[in-house]
Design a protein around this ligand. Structure first.
Ligand code: OSB
Ligand code: MG
Length: 370
């Protein structure tokens, strides 16, 4: 039996200061706090971060609930064991309800370890190709003048799509102004679930701006109302929060509740499910793109490798790390050039931790040994 043995796991909570607060319809982030998982085995070391937030604002999971699962269930069950293939983790992860973000961090770290054990870049192991991926930016909610200036700045830098965060009361006027100033720019909005079918007037007004898609306009756990909405508007709906599994994706695509999918490997429980969603979407001729959660360089590197799969046909959200953080926890600079992000070279995710800096932003650290 080959595969690789997980000899040790290190679980940290990391808090990285943000350059500026980031506001979406559910609230404002002042820093990026996340679980970081390090797996060691056979002389190799692998990394992943979880996209779970301290409080359940984007989805239901919290760091606290995820830490319980990691500490009491997942890490004790994988440390000291050899796994022949990443799919061998599924029987350990899948019996527990929900917690896709927590499942993902375990699975993603193991993919990094496994690719390293095969001496392959993660991209190659996943079946992706190309050495750069197309990216746009996600602009948080801010005053109109600032939104205009930021849109100009990022278009000048070559970013391939501008996504505006909007919310009730900060929607049609801002999109109208941006569309008037930038008539040809690829444009989308992300609502993070802030509307209901009662807001059809806003939806119809937003439908007039030739946007690429409207991301997650309605409830985070709803598919049916999105299907109803899609019958009323021309702009494609793109689901983010509502798709946590391939089964959700199947139901959304068969009912025309989504015509584009935002795939976040950290939201859907890991690469196994992300690839199933990616492949299923391709069979429906539904393009996907890779979203982000303001990840540090570790999560960013994972996202970039995933984005090299062939049905990632629209620009992703993995923009330059320097847009968000004064300093990152990895040595490599993940910076875009002309709207493309280079795929980190090397084995696995291809980036390395800056241990000295990591120590200064670590809130807690636990080590699990066999
Ligand atoms: O819905 O895509 C989202 C950030 C935090 C929470 C949710 C979302 C986002 C983003 C940021 O849009 C994308 C990025 O990482 O730049
Ligand atoms: Mg989104």
């Amino acid at each position: 039996m080959r595969g690789i043995k997980i000899e040790e796991a290190e679980l940290r909570i990391v808090r990285l200061p943000l350059l500026k607060p980031f506001t979406i319809s559910t609230g404002t982030m002042h820093d990026k706090t996340f679980p970081l998982l390090i797996l060691r085995g056979e002389g190799l070391e692998a990394y992943a971060e979880s996209v779970v937030d301290p409080l359940p604002d984007y989805l239901e999971e919290t760091i606290a609930s995820g830490m319980v699962l990691l500490r009491e269930v997942y890490l004790p069950q994988i440390v000291g064991k050899r796994f022949e293939h990443p799919h061998a983790l599924e029987p350990i992860l899948s019996p527990w309800r929900g917690h896709y973000m927590t499942k993902a961090v375990v699975e993603m770290a193991f993919y990094d370890l496994f690719a390293k054990s095969l001496k392959l870049p993660l991209q190659t192991y996943l079946g992706g190709s190309g050495d750069r991926v197309n990216v746009g930016v996600s602009l948080g909610i801010m005053p109109l003048e600032e939104t205009i200036a930021k849109t100009q700045e990022h278009l000048d830098k070559g970013y391939k799509r501008i996504k505006l965060k909007i919310m009730p009361g900060h929607d049609v006027k801002i999109v109208e102004a941006i569309r008037a100033r930038f008539p040809d720019c690829p444009l989308s909005v992300d609502v993070n679930s802030a509307y209901t079918l009662g807001d059809m007037n806003v939806m119809r007004a937003l439908d007039c701006f030739r946007m690429d898609y409207i991301e997650q306009p309605l409830a985070h756990d709803d598919l049916h109302d999105h299907a109803t909405l899609q019958k009323e508007i021309i702009t494609p709906i793109c689901l983010d929060e509502s798709i946590r599994t391939a089964a959700h994706a199947r139901k959304a695509m068969t009912t025309d509740a989504t015509r584009v999918i935002n795939v976040k490997v950290g939201r859907v429980g890991g690469y196994g499910e992300a690839i199933r969603i990616h492949d299923l979407a391709e069979s429906f001729s539904v393009p996907v793109w890779c979203g982000g959660m303001l990840e540090s360089g570790i999560g960013r590197a994972h996202n970039i490798h995933l984005s090299t799969l062939r049905n990632f046909k629209k620009p992703g959200d993995t923009s330059s790390a320097s847009r968000y953080f004064p300093r990152d926890i990895i040595h490599e600079k993940l910076e875009t050039e002309k709207g493309t992000m280079p795929v980190p070279q090397g084995l696995g995710i291809g980036v390395s931790l800056d241990w000295d800096f990591l120590e200064t932003v670590t809130l807690s650290k636990e080590v699990f040994k066999a």
